[in-house]
Design a protein around this ligand. Sequence first.
Ligand SMILES: [Ca+2]
Ligand SMILES: [Ca+2]
Length: 186
Amino acid sequence: MKSFKFSNFMVIAAACLLFPVYQAKAEVLYVDSYLTPTVMSSPLVTGSQYTIIVTGTYVYDSYYNTLADAEWAQNNPPIPPEPWVENRHVAGFADLQDLLIDEVPRDWWGTTDGEHFFPHTYSPSHEYRLYDFIGTGQPLAFRIEDSWGSAIQDNNGSLRVEIIPEPATLLLLGLGGLALLRKRRV
Ligand SMILES: [Ca+2]
Ligand SMILES: [Ca+2]
């Protein structure tokens, strides 16, 4: 009888641990660069941490066919090809070609080995990340900054954004469920 109760408890505990994992799925968005529309995510869970992964390039200047990704861009003109430069904030200038979240420029971390990500690092794979992004219960607004008037709204292509709940968040949600269950049993 005792062992039956214990196994019963374990099944419920496992369900409680796995339910938030099932619920907290990654979300994928595509942020179009043409006319730079704002793309909204689903609401993030308040207090939960997320990793945001951005991949891809887009043409930000159709005349020179110049490329940009979430954080770096090629200088004009690309013949001969010039090195990529980081889209850092410069006082008096818009954060051109940067991928904004909620209209705020971000320091997207890049990688040279595809595994370890660091600030101010160019990614040859054009993959960039933000770690430990904390949800506030609100959706996130993504927009590519290319706002020097309508004359340069000549872009082509989009960036892929993936919003992934971090394992620590999933574990905490699971432990929360377990704690509630234990409390109920007392
Ligand atoms: Ca443009
Ligand atoms: Ca930036």
